[in-house]
Design a protein around this ligand. Structure first.
Ligand code: ZN
Length: 53
């Protein structure tokens, strides 16, 4: 049992939420998902107005 399964996300940055929270409390859309096109259509429907692009 040396191999310990780790939960894998498509994106480790945002854990597939497309939102990244920084240490200082700021949140923003995940750049990585944005670059890779995963945000798609819902980038204009952000749940929090503090999100900056
Ligand atoms: Zn991401």
């Amino acid at each position: 049992m040396e191999f310990e399964p780790i939960k894998r996300y498509k994106c480790e940055e945002c854990k597939d939420t497309y939102i990244v929270k920084e240490a200082n409390g700021n949140i923003h859309t995940c750049w990585k998902c944005l670059q890779e096109g995963r945000l798609g259509q819902h980038s204009d429907k952000v749940p929090d107005s503090k999100i900056k692009i």
